[in-house]
Write a protein that binds this ligand. Structure first.
Ligand code: GLU
Length: 285
């Protein structure tokens, strides 16, 4: 007897720390189109765990820009800053499993000691605090030294064994390819930051599961991070969605568009007279 499969659920999960640009528009349009191809739903999620850099006016701008592009989504929208308890619970689960350890290193100490880089080009954490004596951990925690909690990635990967996930091409309906995850290349990533019980990697997997996301469409620059997400899903007993990695929108210098590089915002293009069709044309969609 065939099992009734539920309808596919996609998501677009921008961070409101600036205005959306053409790269975001591409990601959103690809996501909504893929949802349509599979007769599924596209959800919006606001990823604002960085409460210092994220601003309510950028949340409003996300709604405006997406509506302007002709996109719609079900309410209520999931907002990460309202879900710190869920992330703390997931973090505690990993702590109870002895997979998180306190790290007291500053960013500059990590940079000074690192001999390698992670897939994003950042200094790879050399594992300095991984073997701190329990007594020293307790003493420093009690003293109130600034602390963050890192995943013992090697130990975690040893527990889960070989990890695979499915990747589909631009047609979304293509036959999935099986990919092997290599989370170890990230080293011991921070999962709970100073003053925040979570990190991007932890909250994204918790929320994808909470929203029952079946398909994740994201840029190719996110392929390596997906390896970590698959590891966390396995450790937390969460399902692994199917992934599609879309092409990146590059500027004239061949660099990925970004807020920090001052790429023109959708709002500024709109003010300059662009229409949603102009956006689609510019993105070859
Ligand atoms: N908030 C992330 C971003 O804006 C989401 C990326 C993802 O998890 O696919 O890049």
């Amino acid at each position: 007897m065939s099992q009734k499969s539920s309808s596919p659920i996609f998501r677009f999960a921008p961070s409101p720390n600036g205005l959306l640009h053409l790269g975001h528009a591409f990601s959103a349009l690809v996501t909504w189109r893929a949802a349509k191809v599979l007769a599924g739903t596209a959800l919006l999620r606001i990823e604002d765990i960085d409460t210092e850099r994220c601003k309510p006016e950028f949340v409003d701008a996300i709604y405006n820009d997406l509506h302007w592009l002709g996109l719609d989504w079900p309410s209520p929208v999931m907002v990460q800053s309202e879900r710190f308890d869920s992330y703390a619970a997931a973090g505690n689960h990993l702590r109870d499993a002895d997979l998180l350890y306190p790290c007291f290193c500053t960013r500059s100490e990590v940079a000074a000691l690192a001999t390698d880089s992670d897939p994003d080009g950042a200094p790879l954490y050399p594992g300095t605090c991984r073997h701190l004596h329990r007594g020293e951990q307790i003493e420093r925690l009690q003293r109130g030294d600034p602390v963050q909690f890192r995943l013992d990635t090697k130990a975690a990967a040893a527990r889960t064994g070989m990890l695979t996930y499915s990747v589909v091409g631009p047609l979304i309906t293509d036959r999935p390819q099986i990919r092997y995850a290599r989370p170890e290349r990230w080293g011991d990533v921070v999962l709970q930051r100073k003053g925040t019980p979570t990190s991007y990697h932890l909250s994204v997997v918790v929320d994808d599961a909470a929203q029952a996301i079946t398909h994740i469409t994201r840029g190719r620059d996110m392929e390596p991070a997906t390896d970590l997400h698959v590891l966390l899903q396995m450790l937390l007993g969460l399902p692994t969605p199917i992934y599609h990695f879309h092409r990146l929108i590059l500027d004239d210098d061949g660099k990925k568009l970004s807020k920090s590089r001052g790429s023109p915002s959708l709002a500024s293009l709109r003010d300059a007279g662009w229409t949603p069709d102009d956006v689609r044309r510019a993105l070859s969609l």
